[in-house]
Design a protein around this ligand. Structure first.
Ligand code: TXA
Ligand code: MG
Length: 334
């Protein structure tokens, strides 16, 4: 078989956006920037276009996709909307929040992995918004990485992972949030469930709804449609063995050789070396979140025997950072 041509990066010029929208309308895949992570997009209303997403990512058919929209009018064509969803959408859209609602028949079964519900979000990234407008139809898009690996936060990450499987990448620069969207199941407005923590925090959503969020506690049965995202034990995982600590102590680091990497949350005092890293010098959670996936990729490429990391302190965005660290360590939720 002839090797496929490598993917090309497109800047967000009006001409390129019009071209990429035509590719999407014709049923092709385009990797797209969002404020969270890059997505691998297809026309959400075209089942055979969405089938290509699963092939390119090596994603199992039981893992449903998120549908991206540009207007509230579009939401009503895809899902049964209730007051809780309207409230959250009004407050947090466009933005890094995905709502799970009962689906309408317009959404092909492949998008939702046969589930009666659909996950929808209105992204905030300006290029993605322009592309969605030009496409007219909504775009189904999971993160643009091979299944199970760390999500991409730059166009270069997308090319490194999927460069031989796709042809078009819209380059919108590094993503500003760096973690995937918060997912909330609001099918039952009296029992809203947090399926995945993200930059819109549990506390913000609870304040808006005026009630507590339930958590997606347990793991699904193997091969059953996933009730919640990424509950497979390993997800967002580097290939290097990844060990999570509540807090890393200087003593622990001193006992290890330089073949093991140590990833601190903030810059550690009195420790330095080629195997010492930190997410943000001052321990700022937003900047730490933005850097996390890129740094995991860099560490993974360094040939360290092990990567050690410590949990982020506090609530809010720390919950989302720690969720990704746990998954990288194969610990799932907790
Ligand atoms: O920020 C994001 O959410 C990014 C950007 C591209 O929008 N997307 C993303 O998609 O991270 P990803 O790879 O996490 O895949 C979508 C997740 C899946 O893990 C899936 O389990 C969950 O959303 N999901 C989709 N439909 C669902 C549904 N009906 N019920 C519960 N979870 C659903
Ligand atoms: Mg993903």
């Amino acid at each position: 078989m002839k090797p496929r041509p490598a993917a090309r990066l497109y800047r967000g010029t009006p001409r390129n956006l019009a071209f990429l929208a035509r590719r999407l309308r014709a049923g092709e895949l385009v990797a797209v920037p969002t404020e969270t992570v890059y997505g691998l997009a297809a026309n959400a209303l075209d089942a055979s276009a969405c089938e290509k997403i699963f092939q390119a990512k090596g994603r199992p058919a039981h893992d449903p996709l998120i549908v991206h929209i540009h207007s509230l009018a579009q939401l009503a064509t895809l899902a049964e909307v209730n007051d809780a969803a309207r409230q959250l959408a009004k407050k947090f859209w466009p933005g890094p929040l995905t709502l799970v609602l009962p689906k309408k028949s317009t959404v092909p079964a492949i998008v939702t992995a046969g589930l009666p519900s659909v996950a929808v979000r209105m992204p905030r990234h300006p290029l993605m918004r322009r592309l969605l407008r030009l496409c007219v139809h909504p775009l189904a898009a999971p993160s643009a990485n091979p299944f199970g690996y760390v999500s991409p936060t730059t166009a270069g990450h997308v090319r490194a992972g999927l460069g031989r499987k796709i042809r078009f990448i819209l380059d919108g620069g590094p993503t500003t949030i760096g973690l995937e969207s918060t997912i909330v199941d609001v099918r039952d407005p009296r029992r809203p469930r947090l399926l995945r923590p993200g930059a819109i925090s549990r506390e913000q959503i609870e304040a808006m709804l005026g009630r507590k969020l339930f958590s997606a506690g347990h793991r699904p049965l193997k091969n059953a449609p996933q009730p919640a995202p990424g509950l497979l034990a390993r997800h967002y995982s580097p290939r290097t063995p990844f060990i999570l600590h509540k807090k890393i102590s200087a003593g622990l680091v001193a006992k290890s050789g330089t073949t093991e990497a140590w990833l601190f949350f903030a810059q550690p005092h009195g420790l330095a070396g080629p195997n010492i890293f930190w997410l943000d010098a001052h321990g700022d959670a937003r900047r730490a979140a933005r850097r996390l996936f890129g740094l995991l990729r860099i560490l993974d490429g360094h040939g360290f025997e092990k990567i050690h990391a410590e949990l982020a302190p506090g609530q809010g965005l720390a919950e989302a950072i720690n969720d990704r660290l746990r998954r990288a360590a194969g610990l799932g939720h907790g």
